[in-house]
Design a protein around this ligand. Sequence first.
Ligand code: ATR
Length: 273
Amino acid sequence: MHIDQKTALYGVVGYPLAHTLSPVMHNAAFLETHMNAVYLAFESQDIDGCLKGMKGLGIRGMSVTVPHKSEVIPLLDQVDDLALSIGAVNTIVNRGGVLKGYNTDAMGALKAIQEETDPAGKTCLIIGAGGAARAIAFILKKHGTNVNITNRSLTRGRALATALKCPFIPLEEAGTIKADILIHATSVGMYPFHERCIVTPDMFQRGMIVMDIVYNPVQTRFLTLAAERGCKTIDGLGMLVYQGVEQFRLWTGLDAPFDAMTNALADAMRRFG
Ligand code: ATR
């Protein structure tokens, strides 16, 4: 990688950041498109200080991750409408000192689903009510999907369903919903607790499209159970790459090199996973 006085700087801010795959994915994209740019990881609890640093140093773009996705919103100069309704920003673009926040998790999930099916007019059951579930629920609703929410905590689940004006179903009754698409949007099943799975087998119906947001391991227990019951599965890597593709487009205005980004991620997962 060539670095000189013109190299543009991008990065990710979060705490902790030990397992982030974003630098691998975005540096592969810069290399493939011959951009004079580099992407670093900034592990920090001080999001306000990071935004000042972005402006002061002219950092062109930043990914935002846990725990800053919500608290960053009031600190930004502008926030995209979808990110505002989701209540979470995972991408910042610096346009001449004006910092604007976006949510590309939502678009990433939509693109991953669209590879298998057009979700418009379909019925979808989303398991979870955290940041990821909110992003997916809002974008699917916007695209004409009949969204239903289920979640362990009734309070949090009902709050999301109310915000979306959609039904909430308690987890124990979720098997009664005839969904075309089932999305697991919690962190349950992530390494090293990869044996865990919160669904009961009655939630899977033959022919259903089933997606997991967990990508480590890529083949989760949830997806294995779904495949065994004749469902078509979508793993978490798709959403991860597509949200990065959307970030790259927002930052550079260029089409992202999807294959190079996917291969870099797969390589990194083989090495560290
Ligand atoms: P994120 O922003 O990454 O989605 P989060 O806001 O912490 O993370 O949300 C985590 C989601 O995973 C929530 O829906 C949470 O359910 P609760 O609202 O009941 O807490 C769900 N979750 C986490 N651990 C869980 C577990 N062991 N069983 C069931 N649901 C779990």
